[in-house]
Design a protein around this ligand. Structure first.
Ligand code: PBG
Length: 316
């Protein structure tokens, strides 16, 4: 069978649409700030006014939504900047709302960008060791979720990986009259080297220790299913998995098993790796980018969080 483009399109099994793409934004203090991230060409720390411009462009391109991260002016041990009514993401949400039009505004919920030590929860020191205090962290995470929803987040997306966070957030959101705000849980988040460049982008690298006590072992696919089950039982409406390319089998397993909306995050390291190859002329940018995205859709993701969102939408 000789395949013309029309025929290829007719029999294509997997499609990609701009509305399935979510673009991450890193919002920082100041005005007129547009600071490129060294390890992520084309990705910027943006002040709120610049983030508004970016939002207008994303809306014009027909993207599905934005995922917001914040770089606070100051950090402390209680992650005050995460749940402050006038925190950087809360401020950004209020400013972006009018420009967002059909874009869904998703707020990442985590403490790592807001704590001095860069861990995703509250840290307690004991002797020469430390531990991330799960239950104390829950209260702050739930407070953060409520404050982000109040500021205009359409969806809150906990990425911290503390046990019981979805249930804690659901309870606080409901108590605050925000029953309609869905939780998109990063239910299966593997401890991954591919988050490296993000920690530069979000200024959130742990100052001691690592995240292996609360993120998942990359060798475990069945455990990931269990984590998803627990988050759904606690009230998560949607699930986000990450990273993408090294975990396509886990994505497929989750798709076959759960009926809820399922997204995947093509993380910073996946983006940087491709960009590095593009810069050297080792890979064809457009084809490699699209192949990486369609692969994630084919493996079962309904929607993709990707730093390529704008470029991909332009081609679609
Ligand atoms: C923070 C968070 C991380 C990412 C999303 N939310 C980093 C981490 O867990 O270390 C990674 C995203 C990316 O690499 O693009 N909890």
């Amino acid at each position: 069978m000789r395949r013309t483009e029309a025929l290829r399109s007719l029999v294509r099994e997997t499609r990609l649409e701009p509305g399935q793409l979510i673009y991450p934004l890193f919002v920082c203090p100041g005005e007129g700030v547009r600071r490129e991230i060294g390890s992520m060409p084309g990705v910027f720390n943006l002040s709120v006014d610049e983030a508004v411009k970016e939002t207008e462009e994303a809306a014009r391109l027909g993207l599905g939504g934005l995922l917001l991260f914040g770089l606070p002016a100051t950090k402390d041990d209680e992650a005050t900047g995460a749940w402050d009514e006038n925190g950087i993401v809360q401020t950004a949400l209020r400013a972006l709302k009018p420009a967002a039009k059909s874009l869904v505004l998703i707020a990442d919920v985590c403490l790592c960008e807001y704590t001095i030590h860069g861990h995703c929860g509250v840290v307690e020191h004991s002797g020469d060791g430390f531990r991330v205090a799960n239950d104390t962290s829950l209260e702050l995470l739930a407070r953060t979720a409520v404050s982000l929803a109040r500021a205009g987040a359409d969806i809150v997306a906990p990425s911290d990986m503390m046990d019981g966070r979805v249930g804690a957030m659901r309870a606080e959101l409901d108590a605050a009259g925000l029953e309609e705000t869905p939780i998109l849980s990063y239910a299966a988040k593997f401890a991954s080297a591919f988050y490296g460049p993000f920690r530069e982008a979000a200024d959130s690298a742990p100052q001691f220790g690592d995240r292996r006590t609360y993120q998942m072992d990359g060798a475990n696919a069945r455990e990931a299913m269990r984590e998803i089950e627990l988050d759904l039982a606690e009230g998560a409406e949607m699930i986000l998995m990450k990273p993408g390319m090294p975990y396509l089998d886990v994505l497929r397993a989750a798709r076959d098993r759960f009926e809820v909306p399922l997204g995947v995050y093509q993380v910073s390291g996946e983006y940087s790796m491709l960009q590095a190859a593009f810069a050297r002329g080792w890979l064809e940018p457009e084809r490699a980018m699209m192949e990486s995205l369609i692969g994630l859709r084919r493996a079962g993701a309904d929607f993709l969080v990707t730093y390529f969102a704008k470029e991909a939408a332009r081609l679609l």
